[in-house]
Design a protein around this ligand. Structure first.
Ligand SMILES: [Fe+2]
Length: 264
């Protein structure tokens, strides 16, 4: 974090200046070029819960290189004693701090693709998704293995599998807690305690995204083996003034935390 990432040399220098069309999954590119993209997106999407969908979003080759890029960045900064703290998980790697080119690419993804997907799948929303942040997370032995039930600071969360196929465990749990489950805050998922519904989602195809509203409770089961990398794009709608600066404030807070942790 700090000012270091701006000087960071990329492992795949072309990645941060890649045209959006080259980063998209071929199925998504095809859907967007159809006469009725909305209908094509609806056909492409798989529905898991009334407000949770998955669909091919990014090209597997782009995802693999993005994962390698973040792994390379992690190795370098951790070797230099830097950390990149997270909120619920121990680490977050912000793409825009690794290279500002990623901001241009993901701004374009939001404006040209995610907005259309949002319109196609969540038709009742009148406000546009307008503000976002993008970062990578990882489950791996000797690092984070699971994630407790939580909701996100977003109106829409887009969770893209970056690899590595073959990992076991770390299933995403999409939750439908009862009012009793959330009466004291975070639902407890122990058998015999939790009364609500659980839908398991397995990240299998690299580049496929799960989309859910931020207020959908979710959790991650313990990883059993291997390593799972995901790109998280959080987006907010342009319906409240505070949302305009929310993600920038979060990243400043995490940067302050990084400095504090390094001093310790
Ligand atoms: Fe989450």
């Amino acid at each position: 974090m700090g000012n270091m990432p701006s000087q960071h040399a990329l492992l795949h220098p072309h990645l941060a200046s890649m045209p959006l069309s080259a980063a998209l999954a071929p199925e998504m590119r095809a859907a967007l070029s159809e006469y009725d993209p909305k209908a094509a997106i609806q056909r492409l999407a798989e529905c898991h819960l009334e407000d949770v969908f998955s669909l091919p979003l990014l090209c597997p080759n782009f995802c693999q290189q993005l994962r390698e890029e973040v792994q390379y960045f992690r190795q370098r900064v951790e070797g230099e004693g830097e950390i990149s703290p997270g909120l619920l998980l121990s680490s977050r790697w912000y793409l825009y701090q690794i290279n500002p080119g990623f901001k241009v690419l993901f701004d374009q993804l939001l404006q040209e693709v995610l907005t259309q997907i949002d319109h196609a799948l969540i038709p009742s929303e009148t406000h546009q998704i307008a503000y976002h942040q993008a970062y990578c997370i990882n489950y791996e032995e000797d690092r984070d293995l699971s994630l407790k039930a939580h909701t996100d600071d977003s109106d829409l969360t887009v969770n893209v599998f970056l690899g590595i196929p073959g990992f076991e465990g770390a299933e995403l749990l999409l939750l439908e807690p009862t009012p009793e489950d959330v009466a004291a805050g975070t639902p407890r998922l122990e058998p015999g305690v939790y009364k609500g519904g659980i839908t398991e989602y397995h990240h299998r195809a690299v580049g496929t995204a799960v989309l859910h509203p931020g207020d959908r409770w979710h959790a991650v089961q313990p990883l059993k083996s291997g390593s799972r990398w995901n790109l998280i794009i959080m987006a907010m709608r342009n319906d409240k003034e505070w949302k305009r600066t929310f993600y920038d404030e979060t990243s400043v807070q995490l940067e302050e935390k990084a400095k504090f942790l390094k001093k310790g």
